[in-house]
Design a protein around this ligand. Structure first.
Ligand code: SF4
Length: 420
């Protein structure tokens, strides 16, 4: 059994923005409607006890606790301080003995309205990531206030506050959702203006049954991509990659690109978006329900659910759940097409949720299909491999699947899965 190391706690289930692509409120799964608004301390304490129990069972000395929502800062400074106090007390220090890393993902707006939140975040050394979609126009196209007005100006103000000398140590990075309507280089450079320690470029959630923006609904492919398929997201990411990789000095980290590089060089990725690392993240909702990753909300109503909760179940029960097991089996957990793809070890079939075929998959659909971004991932990975190959050719390093002994099939060539 692969232990969980990342515990994502939904500490508030509502939001103060109304983004049109939000997978929580606009996705197929609408379970938020029946949840309490915030995670009460009793639930936090019970969850902390379950985390400690799980860590002891597996001999873990470090765990990551991610505070998430909705908008997690809507809990307010007092409740945030109390719940972090409970988590720290139960898990860390002399009683718990665990090293705990706290992360929080926010839209940033509450940092402006309630400065006391920053004091709490400093007190518990919480690493804060902010969602910002690049330029003002790109951000405001999707990330709006309930009034319909754009939220860029206030988000930018919050990010500047977080990046100021006084608070910089809290600033973990920016998270940006890819939008085909935005120019990739303009987007990257707009994010760079905030001097983020790291960027995360996320593909918008979509499935074969409900394709992402700009991709028409198509039949699930019967084999790995030929290289001839349209790949607009791949091309977008390639333009951003080239801008990032071609900079004369390192400007910031871009998680997706760095993870692809690590995978191509034979290492392991730490995200679910690419690679075959077993899933080690589990979600606890405001009412204590134990769920799978939020991205599954894009598939169908109830998709992240497990029927488990921290009141009656330990995380060992969750680890044995078929939904988690399916994402801990590496190559064996992929469907036939990905299993026969020479990029499988690097791509990993993309994010699990993006493989959902629903009725389009026939025979009940399911997750045993390539990513709806298959052609895009194929295009991007081959491009990154090519650029890395140029860079490391003189060093004689093995480049997984990049030719010259790596077993990487050339674009458009037949499947020769010797890289596995
Ligand atoms: S999703 Fe990835 S691993 Fe699967 S066939 Fe497409 S490129 Fe290959």
């Amino acid at each position: 059994m692969v232990p969980f190391r990342q515990f994502l706690l939904k500490i508030h289930s509502r939001c103060n923005l109304a983004c049109d692509y939000c997978y929580v409120y606009e996705g197929a799964d609408q379970s938020w409607r029946g949840r309490p608004r915030r995670m009460e301390l009793e639930t936090v304490r019970r969850t902390a006890g379950r985390i400690a129990e799980h860590a002891a069972e597996h001999g873990l000395d470090e765990v990551s606790v991610v505070l998430h929502g909705g908008e997690p800062l809507l809990v307010g400074a007092d409740h945030l301080g109390e719940l972090l106090g409970v988590l720290s007390g139960e898990l860390g220090g002399e009683s718990g003995g665990l090293r705990v890393r706290f992360d929080l993902q926010t839209n940033g707006l509450r940092l402006l309205d309630e400065p006391a939140l920053l004091d709490v975040l400093h007190r518990y050394r919480v690493a804060v990531g902010v969602s910002l979609d690049g330029t003002r126009a790109g951000h405001d196209r999707h990330r709006r206030l309930p009034s319909g007005a754009g939220s860029w100006a206030r988000t930018a103000e919050a990010v500047r506050l977080l990046g100021s000398d006084r608070h910089r140590e809290l600033f973990a990075g920016l998270l940006c959702v890819v939008d085909l309507a935005a120019d990739p280089v303009d987007t990257y450079e707009a994010l760079l203006e905030f001097a983020p320690p790291r960027l995360d470029l996320l593909l918008p959630h979509g499935t074969w049954a409900a394709p992402p923006p700009g991709l028409r609904r198509r039949p699930v492919p019967g084999g790995p991509p030929s290289g001839a398929e349209p790949a607009p997201y791949g091309e977008w990411l390639i333009a951003a990659f080239d801008r990032w990789y071609g900079a004369p000095r390192r400007e910031t980290g871009v998680r997706l690109f760095e993870e692809l590089a690590v995978l191509l060089l034979g290492g392991r990725a730490s995200s679910e978006a690419v690679g075959l690392a077993p899933v080690d993240l589990v979600v606890v909702e405001t009412d204590g329900a134990i769920e799978q990753a939020d991205s599954l909300k894009a598939a169908y109503d109830g998709a992240p659910g497990t029927g488990l909760d921290v009141w009656r179940h330990g995380f060992a029960d969750a680890a044995a759940h078929p939904g988690f097991r399916a994402r801990q089996r590496g190559l064996a957990g992929l469907g036939a097409v990905c299993g026969g793809c020479p990029l499988a070890r690097v791509c990993g079939g993309g994010l699990y949720a993006h493989r959902w075929a629903g009725e389009a998959g026939g025979a009940g659909g399911g997750f045993g299909y390539p990513s709806v971004y298959c052609a895009d991932l194929d295009r991007l990975i081959r491009h990154v491999a090519g650029r890395l190959r140029e860079g490391v050719a003189g060093l004689g390093l093995p480049l997984r699947g990049a030719g010259g002994g790596g077993g990487f099939r050339e674009a458009g060539g037949g499947a020769a899965p010797s890289c596995r």
